[in-house]
Design a binder for this molecule. Sequence first.
Ligand SMILES: Cc1cc2nc3c(=O)[nH]c(=O)nc-3n(C[C@H](O)[C@H](O)[C@H](O)COP(=O)(O)OP(=O)(O)OC[C@H]3O[C@@H](n4cnc5c(N)ncnc54)[C@H](O)[C@@H]3O)c2cc1C
Length: 378
Amino acid sequence: MAATPLDAEVGIVGTGTTGSMLSWQLARRGVGALAFEQFAPGHDRGAVGGETRLFRLAYAEGAQYVPLLRDSLRLWRELEAESGADILTQCGGLAIGDPAAEYLAGLIDSVHRTGVAVEVLSKGEAAQRYPQHRLRDGEVAVLDEQAGFLRCEQAVLSATRVAERLGARVLRYTEVTDIVEDADNVQLRTPERTYRVGQVVVCAGAWASRFLPERLAAAVDPRRVLLTWFGTENIDDYRPERFPIFIHHGGTAHIYGTPTVDDVMVKVAGAVVSHSVPDPAAVDRRHSSAEVCTIADAVRRMLPGLHPHPLRTDAFTDLYTSDGHPLVGRVGAGRVVLATGHSGRGFKFATGLAAVVADLLTGTADPRYEFMSPHRLA
Ligand SMILES: Cc1cc2nc3c(=O)[nH]c(=O)nc-3n(C[C@H](O)[C@H](O)[C@H](O)COP(=O)(O)OP(=O)(O)OC[C@H]3O[C@@H](n4cnc5c(N)ncnc54)[C@H](O)[C@@H]3O)c2cc1C
């Protein structure tokens, strides 16, 4: 009896950040991709939303990410060229803090290992060039000129659009309820019907736990991550030309943010620590009064030119792993690939990571990213 033809060579569960970039990367390689999205690409209920995500090359979180970040930078520009959309603004980025403390010491070590160009500004120099920030004695500001911000919704929509133009199929409002690996294919069950694909990639973000082997599901948690926007009387001082993206580890508080993209508000977040949520679909999107007070207090101390009363608050979700590194690699009998667990950091390298996963699916595993293997958490 002849085998039933597959619905696609590769199935993608989730068409958010990673899934949209992977659809594009596979379609570019001529690989037939069928992507599923429980909502529609660009929606604001997962890790995408709130207009911007930071992009940085000077990377305190580990020098091993820098080749991926360099590839991602090139691919963001290629996505812009193929889609015609404006996605990445390289307005520079400041990392502010005590150079002896963990974050900046890690960043300085990372740039020494990778050759990423930075400029170190003393407190006085930073006050002259970036008076918007208030530094404490002993703090410095490290300027990464290649840093900037990504327009997150635009990025996801653009990748999806180009992928579909190149032949990928994206099924909107289609939830995958089960993944069943057989000897020569994988079944993807949805409420309407079952699809059969050669391999599947789980890009389900905060919802991915249900598709993980038990030992991995125990090593991840979906978290609620808060964003907040503030106003000012001097919005000109907070435009990309004058106000790079920033991360400020200020002793008692850690904040990060982006310049204004709407000429009204400046995004500042981070002071309120993300926390685990039982169900990403039911996340509370409002800040509590205590959460508002925490971020307002940090803004008052560290960004005195902003009014410390938020104009807008929102909450999104991401999947966090126990060691902060993503889960990327094959599990099960080998037809299921994970590309999730980006732990609050995964937007900036989504294009590069999608290329790594596309190469893995077509036969070439990149040994530089072995540190992301799901087997490390076994
Ligand atoms: C508030 C916030 C700020 C952040 N800031 C930064 C930053 O500045 N820089 C940075 O690099 N990173 C940042 N991150 C992290 C980054 O945004 C995430 O790591 C990354 O976007 C995660 O991508 P993902 O594809 O795993 O998840 P998502 O983009 O959420 O995509 C998962 C998709 O899967 C879909 N899905 C889930 N289950 C199913 C199913 N069963 N069937 C069909 N579809 C399904 C979901 O609907 C969703 O669309 C931030 C994250 C948050 C939440």
